[in-house]
Design a protein around this ligand. Structure first.
Ligand SMILES: [Zn+2]
Length: 348
């Protein structure tokens, strides 16, 4: 079969090539790939910045935003042939640490977890893949191709859960949610926040185009420019850019007692405010800054419930391009009009 593979930490080594069929040791459920979403992590792996091949191998099958169709459900599984499924990405560390031991592998404490398509386990960008039944999430069949958005939605399901749990530390009736960044994660965050009945605002650099349209289609308010110019104080900020100035601006704008959940990964220092100033703003308003990454099984179930409730026409506009596996290089290149690009392996 064919797969998109890369030699991690070596730029320019990605190719669409013949590989052996998935090994039975990878799981009793055999799945035919339908589509795999592309995200910044895949681009970084192909650029050689990140990624680990399975032990004893030098190439890694890419891809962690999966959607597939069950070919063989294997013994002892409630799945049926033809079911649409998505694979959970992370696996607990082998020790396991206390978090992994209770199934919260997203909170792994020793960093020895593994991840499909990223860290030591092959991903989903192959014509067929295998998976353990306990790591399969069945997708609402009515979602069809939109099931490929489940993995990014898990990031949001966890972020909102964390925010609501932390909010319980004091009197807490959040009304206004600001999402910074209108990429796929930001737009899904806005969609999920609208389901929760909040007044939702989205901030991004783009002034026109699909992003503002998609935000307004949700009934939410779109803002372009800097956080410092916003004329309201959100109770919750879901930060999806990882950009220092946006984070610093968020700490200025958040309401007293409000919570900022950081989901973006950036680098470098704060450009326009010292860390001490940011800390002072957080202290004086009793704010909480939470980092949130990955998701455990509970979040996958929550995400699949939220995704099924979002408007299908709206979700379908998030997938702005579909590429064939042999054209994976084009799929990795972002154009300004792209929100989510998917590599399509088979018809749905
Ligand atoms: Zn762990």
């Amino acid at each position: 079969m064919k797969a998109i593979t890369v030699e991690p930490k070596r730029p320019g080594t990605a190719r669409f090539e013949d590989v052996p069929e998935p090994d039975a040791s990878e799981g009793s459920v055999l799945v035919e790939a339908v589509a795999v979403g592309v995200c910044g992590t895949d681009v970084e792996i192909v650029e050689g910045k990140y990624g680990w091949a399975p032990p004893g191998q030098n190439r890694l099958v890419l891809g962690h935003e999966s959607l597939g169709r069950v070919i063989d459900s294997g013994p002892g599984s409630s799945l049926k042939e033809g079911d649409l499924v998505v694979g959970i990405v992370r696996r607990p560390d082998p020790v396991p640490c206390p978090s992994c031991a209770v199934g919260e592998w997203d909170m792994c404490r020793n960093g020895q977890y593994t991840e499909r398509g990223i860290k030591q386990i092959h991903g989903f960008m192959s014509e067929r893949w295998r998976i353990e039944p306990e790591y399969v999430i069945k997708v609402d069949p009515g979602l069809g191709m939109l099931g490929v958005l489940l993995e990014p939605t898990t990031v949001i399901a966890k972020a909102f859960e964390q925010v609501l749990m932390v909010g319980q530390r004091s009197f807490w009736e959040p009304e206004t949610v600001l999402v910074t960044g209108a990429g796929p994660i930001g737009l899904l965050a806005a969609g999920v926040a609208c389901l929760g009945g909040y007044e939702v605002h989205v901030l991004d650099r783009m002034e026109t185009g699909l992003k503002p349209e998609l935000v307004r289609a949700l009934g939410a308010t779109y803002h372009s420019g800097s956080a410092a110019d916003l004329d309201f104080e959100p109770d919750v900020i879901v930060e999806c850019t990882g950009a220092g100035p946006v984070i610093a601006g968020s700490t200025e704008k958040i309401r007293a007692g409000g919570i900022i959940c950081l989901t973006g990964i950036g680098s470098g220092g704060f450009v326009n405010r010292a860390v001490g100033d940011v800390a002072a703003a957080v202290v004086l308003k009793n704010n909480v800054l939470i980092g949130s990454v990955n998701a455990n099984k509970r979040h996958w179930y929550k995400a699949s419930e939220r995704l099924a409730r979002l408007d299908r026409k709206w979700l379908s506009r998030l997938i702005t391009r579909r590429e064939k596996p042999e054209n994976f290089q084009q799929a990795l290149e972002r154009t300004p009009d792209d929100i989510k690009v998917v590599i399509q392996f088979s018809e749905i």
